[in-house]
Write a protein that binds this ligand. Structure first.
Ligand code: NAI
Ligand code: MG
Length: 349
């Protein structure tokens, strides 16, 4: 089998951690007899310095024929405002209608969870965030702008089609995992938007009799996630609630250095995008100390998406055993460099 991967390492530590993820990908490709054809894209702040633009004008056409996009991180605020460097990411998500943002939070052995005192085995959940509409549709406006009667109106849009497809995505995932789904709602205070979410959960749940589903008001859900993370399997939420829940869940599982993510659309034949949750980390960029785990686990999610499940598991297990053996980068209290840590992971394959 042959897969075409677009590799957009990007800025700061993005390029460094992506390079390490590629070392793992090449190693498992050999062992599992598939081939990766990489298109390495030199986009980002360096491209901007050379050409005046972060990505070429036809960047979406360049990405489209690939089976997946592996992204590092973008952003270099000292030189360009974030909206300029991050705009291509937003356009990728929209053009390829990547409506599901998938963020696993898996507490690995050897990683302390300061917030909950939990240990490995207790936290293994996935947050699914609706990525295409909801509270972030950018609709609204001002009344009496600049006066003391100023009013800001920010509208959320929740469509039956948009909510139903993210709920079905979450049910499908729960079915493959621990058969439990929790939906974030707030229908006690928002009597249109989340009543639609509640109704659709009631409508769709009977299609998945093997999955136990429930809803929790998002404020209580955030609290319960800290108190009882072991009770959760798949959590599904609107764009705004998902934004909050994914950050908290990521921290529960050890923080930014470890958190992978997927942006995907299972129905359409567009490339999905796999990326660490973290950004370009200008404060540690160029020092060779970034934790490559989030990028490596994102590459494993990509392999699973492509159908190379055994290879994906192999990467995940080698990350788990490397951390369990006490090998750590500085963000987790260790001393290893980015490259040294990846060397240990390759040895544990
Ligand atoms: P950040 O995620 O880059 O860094 C936050 C903190 O976490 C920093 O102290 C950093 O050193 C640390 N950190 C992050 N990843 C790490 C890793 N793998 N290993 C060790 N430490 C790590 O967020 P920040 O500083 O707010 O943003 C920096 C730039 O990245 C901005 O331009 C921002 O817009 C952009 N950004 C891009 C994202 C993307 O490409 N999807 C996501 C988040 C931010
Ligand atoms: Mg966020």
């Amino acid at each position: 089998k042959l897969y075409r991967i677009a590799v957009y390492g990007g800025d700061g530590i993005g390029a460094d951690v992506t390079r390490e993820a590629l070392r793992l990908l090449n190693a498992v490709a050999q062992r599992h007899a598939f081939q990766l054809v990489l298109t390495e894209l030199d986009w980002g702040i360096d491209h901007y310095r050379r050409t005046g633009v972060v990505v070429p004008e036809n960047f979406l056409e360049i990405l489209r024929p690939h089976d997946a996009i592996l992204l590092g991180a973008v952003g270099w605020p000292a030189e360009l405002p974030d909206h300029a460097t991050l705009a291509p990411l937003v356009r990728i998500r929209q053009a390829f209608d990547q409506y599901a943002c998938v963020r696993p939070a898996w507490l690995l052995p050897g990683v302390p969870c300061v917030l909950t005192g939990k240990s490995a085995g207790d936290i293994d959940l996935v947050v699914i965030r609706e990525n295409s509409e909801g509270e972030y549709v950018d609709q609204g406006g001002w009344l009496h702008r600049g006066t003391d009667r100023e009013v800001a109106i920010q509208t959320a849009v929740h469509s039956r089609r948009g909510v139903a497809r993210i709920l079905r995505y979450a049910f499908e995932l729960a079915r493959k995992r621990k058969q439990k789904l929790t939906m974030a709602t707030k229908s006690n205070a928002q009597r249109y938007a989340y009543v639609l979410w509640d109704n659709l959960l009631d409508e769709i749940a009977p299609e998945y009799p093997d999955v136990a589903s429930e809803r929790q008001h998002c404020d209580a859900l955030l609290m319960n996630l800290v108190r009882w993370p072991e009770r959760f399997d798949v959590i599904v939420a609107s764009n705004l609630f998902g934004d909050l829940l994914t950050d908290l869940a990521g921290q529960l599982a050890g923080g930014l250095g470890l958190a992978p993510s997927t942006n995907t659309n299972p129905e359409r034949n567009f490339p999905s995008m796999f990326e660490p949750v973290h950004g370009s980390a200008p404060d540690i960029a160029g020092k060779g100390i970034a934790n490559p785990t989030a990028a490596i686990l994102s590459a494993a999610m990509m392999l699973e998406h492509l159908g190379e499940v055994a290879a994906a598991r192999m990467i995940e297990q080698s990350i788990a055993s490397t951390l369990a053996a006490g090998h750590r980068t500085r963000d987790l209290g260790g001393t290893l460099s980015t490259i040294e840590f990846t060397d240990r992971v390759l040895e544990h394959l």
